[in-house]
Design a protein around this ligand. Sequence first.
Ligand code: M6R
Length: 610
Amino acid sequence: MCGIVGYIGAKNCIPILIGGLKRLEYRGYDSAGIGILTDDSTKVIKSVGKVSVLQEKVDSLDLNANIGIGHTRWATHGVPNEINAHPHMNADGSLLLIHNGIIENYEVLKETLKHFGYEFRSETDTEVLTMLIDSFLKKGHDLLNAVRAALSEVEGTYGIAVIYKEEPDKIVVAKKGSPLVIGIGDNENYIASDVSALVAHTQQVVYLEDGEVAEVYCDKFIAKDVSDKEIEKEVKEITLKLDEISKSGYAHFMLKEIMEQPESICNAMRGRLLLGEGTSKLGGLEDYIDRIVQSKRIIISACGTSWHAGLVGEYMLEQFAEIPTEVEYASEFRYRNPLIYPDDTIIFISQSGETADTLAALKESKRKGALVIGICNVVGSSIARESSTGIYIHAGPEIGVASTKAFTAQLTVLSLLTLLIARKKRMSLVDGQNIVKEIESLPEKIEKILSLDSKIEKIADQFKDAKNFLYLGRGYNFPVALEGALKLKEISYIHAEGYPAAEMKHGPIALIDKDMPVVFLAPKDSTYDKILSNIQEVKARHGRIIAVASESDNRIDKLVDYTIKIPDTIRMLMPILTVVPLQLLAYHIAVKKGLNVDQPRNLAKSVTVE
Ligand code: M6R
């Protein structure tokens, strides 16, 4: 979603802003803009579409400035056009503002401001906030206090950065619900909504917390909390490296991230498996494990792909940890006043750690006294920081909007958690050791699946013109069917649905004819014979079938049109393998359709608005 970048120092800020915006492109956006402050004036340049379009415009102007802010906008209020793009400015152009988040009461504020003579050019909530700050400047406040006063009237979420011609030595930033990071340089400072925009310049960062504001100068920053008290902020070191956020020779980030899975899964389990004891070690949980083991119920809450990971977690935890587990969409959970008991453990799963609904559900659960565990990828993200404790999945930066390696790393971590609890309960040493060995063998098995890439590409060629797809699986592979369908729809724009295979007869079978491709997840497990019956039912209706099956299976080939054979593992880990061919299938279909795989239309990498 929207991205923020800013610079103050001795260098020309233009290449820094454009470079930062390019790093933020993966978040998803539809227009972009920069605003700069030169000796005696401000200047704003905006464009619709890619940052490269903005860059062309900016390059043709030969600009130079030592302070500036930049923004990528993902439209919420008003269509993507230059007027609605950020920065927004006050009437005389002395005040420039960029904003991530949503001002919920903007209509009321706008009406009041109109009453006082303010005129609006855009349809955005952000312009309202700009004018509100301006109204406090006109009352004699300095920039910091005008920002604070305006924000005290605002309902909603924001990460903002503001520059003002009359106070040209600073950028004022504030945060509530949208991430905001200050990057510390040598006599220069940066601001961003995401550390990936800073990593080319500095490894030293300061995360603002909700309610905090800061004045960022070139040689210092002053942060204040809600009560206007100056606060000492901890400077943190980011471990992110520039090459981790580049394509490293791959055509797309998504392909790179699919191919990285043997390594990302190794990173998720590194140092966490204890073969001798047949268990796992999760440092963050050590102080909480007794309470977790005694939980009467586990609730997992998340969105999108992370929610699918939660569904697999439900199967794992109920089967082995023997704790009743429920999985909730965070967006529903947060609003329905859920019943939460003191002996519940609530797990929030989020790749980005910034998803607005997941974060809000977490805060509500904490408020109700639950033990809250975050499973996140992005270190230092809001969900990671707000959780009582947590487990990082260590998948490394995921830039492609379609989540791939984060999903398999989430499942790996959920298997470690399951093992840890199960061994504290009734699981035997031998069974625990067997699971450890199986987890350790996953990277090699994924390598084998990835070597089928060109075969899967050929299958994709046969299906790229399909209008619909059905994905069917049972048990642990039902959530994988959902995930396979999500991958296909988000990057290829082909309508796809995932179902538990047995549900097919209760409706979706009506859709099956020669034009309906059906992907079956059919590894040899206890549901195999039942899946074969479902395959027969589709075949009898001339559906075209792709099956993901076990290497050892030589019955299935004659029943289906295409098979993708994968190595065997125990049932609880099977989703970590079966999902990989589905990721590749979706990827190749989207590429063959000529679509923008890494930045699909309308989607954002991290959904920071409700
Ligand atoms: O960062 P999160 O894991 O919280 O994101 C949740 C969803 O927005 C995300 O998984 C989304 O569904 C992806 N585009 C899936 O590929």
